[in-house]
Ligand binder design. Structure first.
Ligand code: NAD
Length: 266
């Protein structure tokens, strides 16, 4: 059994992960963290799901975790960074799904990955990992002769925009074109913006309802449009991917890894 610690246990992703882990024969829940001062602190993890007690009590202080395990983090950027520092000290492998991290926060993760193995992915779905692979090829073939647009839709609770997955798509394309996304991305269109400039990647973010996550990249070429699309139907795809990553990372040397590494996609 893979021992796992879930941080952000009372969140949308945290609850889904908890449910799978509690019901699974392959994973052992050895820690579950909630936000400091949360009303769920001190209750049994099963209560979060309206299920029978598991014997594991939710805690709100990472220092109260006293069993080794793979640390799975779906929280907020600042909490993720605190947890990365803690895991590097304790030698816990990590799976990080939190999005919206800034440049400095990402470089702190890179630094800690010198000491512990970390799988960091803006999207843990295997379908998205596969889409990224195809996107690389599409960018090679069509990238410099098309208008590229990335459109994403998410639920109304999402706090970052564009999504981490949309930005990852943009980075893949920019990389294939030998450019920086910060130079070629168009993130705002308002007022008289003029005709669309060449060689840029436009982003559109839609927010509403309970949409789990839809991503589309369109290459508008002469005489044809290529559309690559992915829809997450529910959170299970992210949870299953994160747990697959947890199994993989526990026996992996220190380093920063992606879902490509976990799925052995080149
Ligand atoms: P959410 O707001 O439902 O859950 C986040 C939880 O983290 C909340 O319950 C909050 O109380 C808790 N939290 C905040 N600070 C904490 C701390 N210091 N310790 C422990 N818990 C803390 O959000 P969500 O939909 O579950 O998503 C969480 C993050 O994961 C977001 O950044 C989201 O974009 C990202 N996400 C990533 C993927 C992926 O595949 N990589 C998939 C879905 C969501």
């Amino acid at each position: 059994m893979v021992p796992v610690i879930i941080s952000g246990a009372s969140g949308r992703m945290g609850r889904d992960l908890l449910k799978i882990v509690i019901e699974s024969q392959d994973y052992d829940l050895v820690g579950a963290l909630v936000r400091q001062g949360s009303g769920s602190t001190g209750i049994d993890a099963g209560k979060l799901l309206n299920e029978p007690d598991t014997g594991l009590i939710l805690c709100d202080n990472v220092n109260d975790i006293n069993t080794d395990g793979v640390f799975i983090d779906f929280t907020t950027p600042s909490s993720t960074i605190d947890n990365v520092n803690y895991c590097a000290k304790r030698g816990f492998p990590m799976v990080i799904g939190t999005t919206g991290l800034g440049k400095k926060q990402k470089s702190m993760i890179e630094y800690s990955a010198k000491y512990i193995p970390i799988v960091f992915a803006a999207n843990f779905s295997a379908g998205i990992a596969f889409l990224f692979k195809i996107l690389r090829d599409a960018a090679k073939v069509f990238g410099d002769r098309s208008d590229i647009e990335i459109i994403e839709s998410h639920h109304k609770h999402k706090v970052d925009s564009p999504s981490g997955t949309a930005l990852a798509m943009g980075s893949i394309i920019a990389n294939e074109l030998d450019k920086n996304l910060s130079d070629i991305g168009i993130f705002n269109r308002e007022g008289e913006v003029g005709p669309r400039p060449k060689g840029r990647v436009g982003f559109s973010a839609i927010r509403g309802g309970e949409v789990v996550g839809d991503h589309t990249t369109m290459f508008f070429c002469e005489g044809e449009t290529i559309t690559l699309s992915h829809s997450a139907i529910n959170r299970r795809t992210f949870s299953m991917g994160a747990l697959r990553a947890a199994t993989w990372v526990q026996s992996t040397p220190p380093g920063l890894y992606s879902m490509n590494d976990v799925l052995n996609l080149t």
